[in-house]
Design a protein around this ligand. Structure first.
Ligand SMILES: [Zn+2]
Length: 278
């Protein structure tokens, strides 16, 4: 199987976002107000799986409107995102990196995707949905949707970016996989699973891709790089640190499995765009 790593823009965030190792009001304020010179540039990565059932896209990155000239544009960002999120993310999307531009480069139209999987509803993962008109199946765990619709997640996951897109919303079911023992078997053949990795959000999914005896795991934002699970440092941007740590321990277990061909995070600066065959 083949996995394409696509860079759909970047964000300039506080170093506490990937490695804050705590969740607190002070931590959240720091993440929001961090001065520019202290911020770190992290990529916003999406993944395209060449699966026997067809091409599967995981997440959608930023949208063109958020960064019309390809650089951070506070006014444009604040027209797409609530002002506090624009200030938190400082998003940019260079020409050619929006998801529809990336797909066109691979010779793919949105309607040719077998499915679009959403790991969670944070804006850097769903803003590009507007560029995927015609996509046949958009799949999001119901458990992510439920909390995003009803709770404080509303401040972090603006409805305008995703609410109007028709989605399939399967529930997680009992599974031997994941820290929560919850997973969704997308095709019913265990080749592609959404595994609940809570902590960053309650319903967040990692994506497990299996081919023969090998597997690749896309960790979404359960970790920002392998450093999180190697050193047990939890990302700062999250809701439940104990659950974050449990998810990190599971990621480490999976990374150490001899059948593992890679565990990839959505914002790891060491992960370069390219194609992996496994
Ligand atoms: Zn993210």
């Amino acid at each position: 199987m083949k996995l394409h790593i696509l860079r759909c823009g970047s964000m300039r965030v506080s170093p506490a976002v990937p490695y804050g190792n705590q969740i607190s009001l002070g931590g959240s304020l720091r993440e929001l107000l961090e001065p520019e010179q202290n911020r770190v540039e992290l990529p916003v990565l999406c993944f395209l799986i060449e699966h026997p059932r067809g091409p599967i896209l995981v997440d959608t990155g930023w949208c063109r409107e958020i960064s019309p000239a390809g650089v951070y544009d506070p006014k444009a960002a604040a027209a797409v995102l609530p002002r506090h999120l624009a200030a938190f993310y400082r998003p940019s999307l260079p020409a050619g990196e929006a998801i529809h531009e990336q797909l066109a480069g691979l010779g793919l139209k949105p309607e040719e995707l077998a499915a679009v999987l959403l790991t969670h509803l944070d804006p850097d993962h769903v803003a590009g949905l507007r560029h995927l008109e015609g996509a046949m199946r958009i799949i999001l765990p119901e458990d992510e949707y439920f909390w995003a619709c009803r709770t404080v997640y509303k401040a972090r996951q603006p409805w305008s970016l995703w609410m109007d897109f028709p989605m399939e919303r399967p529930y997680y079911r009992a599974s031997p996989l994941g820290p929560n023992h919850w997973a969704i078997d997308v095709f019913g053949d265990e080749s592609l699973l959404l595994v609940n990795v809570p902590g960053h959000t309650d319903g967040q999914a990692a994506v497990l891709i299996r081919d023969g005896g090998r597997f690749v795991l896309l960790a979404a934002d359960a970790a920002f790089s392998p450093r999180n699970w190697r050193e047990e440092i939890s990302p700062g941007f999250g809701f439940d640190r104990q659950r974050q740590l449990a998810s990190l321990r599971w990621l480490r277990e999976m990374a150490e499995d001899p059948a593992c061909a890679g565990v990839f995070c959505s914002h790891d600066p060491a992960l370069k765009p390219g194609t992996l065959v496994f």
